[in-house]
Design a protein around this ligand. Structure first.
Ligand SMILES: [Cu+2]
Length: 511
């Protein structure tokens, strides 16, 4: 493992490589698992059926739980950002970055009410940041480019966890460099628990399984790391890895599994489905649990979104969690180049040999949705890489919000590209989608919502009490190439006073 930082190629050239994801589709599946229906249009060509016996045979890696120290009443975690090389696909080394290792990061876990501190040491050759995605923290602890961590230094944010049980995550947020660093592997989960158990499977790595899904690029021939394809939604890879494992296999020891799925990809969207065609149950979205399990057969997850899924796997059954074609709302050609017509496996699950099938919970602990609205309504228009026609400027405050108020934000995608929309420092409710009720996948607490071209969402956004007129939070597209192109803006929380010029951290990567 090298300790030097090796940036991924950033060339915009589109290589001639074959779409490996499509070629390699459903190698397994063709025999014992039953034919895969709805195969995308590239997927039927070039199937390698001879691979069928060996595909999806690598045990799924589970990110380790990071053990905190208890110091002065704080739960103290230590992370160090590192670069190196990692063999993400058998025989193919990738230039990668991670926390406490060369790829991905450990899982952090805390309970509502805990005081948390994280020491983040930067051992990269470049500046980075550590953003707590979905966490209700003061803006000064949020880990955006305003809290840059220069190489060789340590940043030590702290806060008190005051939000519902949820599957949150952490990743860098350096201005203009987020896609490179996240795409190289800098991502980890941050699980929040409630004091009361939820009744859902909760034995980490046993029946409560984290799935961090990313795509990487392998050159044609399968020997070397390649250059991702530039598409209207950003750069996409041709090979999927889960928790850093290529073609992973999980052997269940219980009949019911809770999958905590994070799309940590830069741009690729996944439309999750079970190879059996059976329904699964959505039990949680970005910021918490739903009030009751919701049955569905497919679930679209755009970058940064999370879904907690409850799944029953029959005894000895073979089930593949896969991604199937979907409509991102763009032209047929743009959908296709953006990966929306691909079909590929994500994880093979073998059912347990024993155990009984527990009943599905009928109700889940879920916080009430906000109703009171301050009367403030705002409108945001998404362009190709702009918000309200503007590009990100770290020295400009775009929106001033009264602390502790609840606002109604309408976000409209006026471009021809698919986007999503993430607001820092809060969890919101999708009150309406295109004037009607939200899609089933957008129930519950969200911090990132997918918006296809021509669509609009209305968000009820309860803002926190952390007034700080000089330190902005971000809102932005979480398709990371769009974000890096400037599709991001800043808001501050105030107690009614005017906002101040944003303070720039030393070494901040603004231009
Ligand atoms: Cu976007």
């Amino acid at each position: 493992m090298s300790s030097s930082s090796t940036p991924r190629p950033t060339s915009a050239s589109i290589g001639p490589q074959l779409p490996r994801i499509n070629r390699r589709t459903f190698l397994i599946g063709l025999g014992a698992l039953g034919a895969i229906g709805g195969v995308g249009f590239w997927a039927t060509s070039g199937k390698h059926e001879e691979d069928a016996g060996t595909a999806f045979a690598t045990p799924l890696a589970i990110p380790p739980l990071l053990q905190p120290e208890m110091l002065d009443g704080e739960r103290v975690f230590r992370l160090s950002a590192q670069a190196g090389e990692t063999e993400l696909v058998p025989g193919v080394s990738f230039a990668t970055m991670g926390f406490n290792g060369t790829h991905l990061g450990p899982t952090l876990r805390a309970t509502r009410g805990d005081k948390v501190r994280v020491h983040v040491r930067n051992e990269l050759a470049v500046a980075t940041t550590a953003h707590w995605h979905g966490m209700k923290v003061p803006a000064s602890q949020d880990g955006t480019a305003h809290q840059a961590i220069a190489k060789g230094t340590t940043w030590s944010p702290s806060w008190t966890v005051e939000q519902d049980a949820a599957t949150l995550w952490y990743h860098p947020h350096p201005h203009g460099q987020t896609e490179l660093q996240v795409g190289s592997g800098m991502a980890g989960l941050f699980l929040i628990d409630d004091k009361e158990p939820s009744g859902l499977p909760s034995d980490y790595g046993v029946d409560d399984i984290p799935l961090i899904i990313q795509d990487v690029t392998v050159q044609s021939g399968g020997q070397r790391e390649g250059t991702p394809t530039v598409t209207p939604i950003g750069r996409i890879g041709n090979t999927v890895i889960v928790n850093g494992t290529h073609e992973p296999h999980f052997v269940a020891t219980t009949r019911q599994l809770r999958l905590r799925v994070l799309n940590a990809s830069a741009a690729r969207c996944y439309n999750l489905e079970l190879s059996t065609g059976e329904d699964f149950h959505l039990v949680g979205t970005d910021g918490g649990l739903l009030s009751a399990p919701a049955a569905m057969s497919t679930l679209l997850l755009s970058p940064a979104e999370r879904a907690e899924i409850l799944l029953t796997v029959p005894q000895d059954a073979e089930v593949v969690l896969r991604s199937v074609p979907h409509d991102l709302g763009m032209t047929k050609g743009d959908n296709m180049t953006s990966g929306a017509e691909d079909t590929f496996g994500i994880l093979r699950i073998t059912g347990s040999k024993t155990g009984t099938e527990p009943p599905l919970p009928t109700a889940l602990p879920s916080a009430n949705h906000p109703e009171a609205v301050s009367g403030v309504e705002r409108h945001f228009m998404l362009g190709d890489t702009t918000i309200n026609g503007k590009s990100m400027d770290m020295s400009r405050i775009d929106t001033v919000v009264k602390a502790s108020s609840t606002e109604l934000w309408t976000v409209e995608n006026t471009s021809k590209r698919a986007h999503n929309f993430h607001i820092h420092g809060t969890q919101f409710i999708v009150a309406a989608e295109n004037g009607g009720p939200p899609a089933p996948r957008n129930q519950g607490w969200k911090d990132t919502v997918f918006i296809e071209p021509g669509a609009s969402v209305q968000l009820t956004v309860p803002f926190s009490e952390f007034a700080d007129p000089a330190t902005p939070y971000m809102y932005h597209c979480h398709m990371l190439w769009h974000e890096d192109q400037g599709m991001m803006a800043q808001y501050v929380l105030t107690n009614g006073e005017a906002s101040a010029e944003p303070m720039m951290a030393d070494g901040a990567m603004h231009h």
